[in-house]
Design a protein around this ligand. Structure first.
Ligand SMILES: [Zn+2]
Length: 131
């Protein structure tokens, strides 16, 4: 018998299609026997992390895997594994775009047209539209 915290999530089971309440267990927060719902602060530390947890449907035993998003110590939402993978893939691209923005801001005037042409080309390739 371990010491753990419980994270409650109401969801539809993809197997039996019943609305059930999952009770995900974790030792991650270092507290014991605390019960949490989405929106609660799960850790006093101002930390950001993702927790990958598995639990079984209380009706049919079907395994459910969710990713719990913790922002500044608060449990902000849960995502399916696929949705989470999709989102984290996009983060590096956003960071690159931010960096590109600052690079462009510091370019000498004569290069800006060249960069703009390339960006137009990229946008055209992605969307089929000319800005
Ligand atoms: Zn079920």
């Amino acid at each position: 018998m371990g010491v753990y915290d419980s994270l409650y999530v109401k969801d539809i089971c993809p197997n039996c299609h019943k609305e059930v309440e999952y009770c995900f267990k974790t030792k991650e927060f270092g507290l014991s026997y605390q019960e949490y719902h989405v929106g609660d602060y799960v850790t006093k530390a101002n930390e950001n992390c993702y927790l990958d947890l598995k639990e079984y449907c209380p009706e049919c035993g079907y395994e459910k895997e969710l990713v719990f998003e913790i922002k500044n110590g608060q449990w902000t939402r849960t995502l399916s594994k696929d949705a989470h993978n999709e989102e984290t893939k996009r983060v590096p691209l956003r960071q690159k775009l931010k960096r590109l923005e600052s690079v462009i801001a510091e370019l000498p005037e004569e290069y800006i047209n060249v960069v703009e042409d390339h960006l137009d080309y990229i946008i055209y390739k992605c969307t089929g539209e000319i800005e």
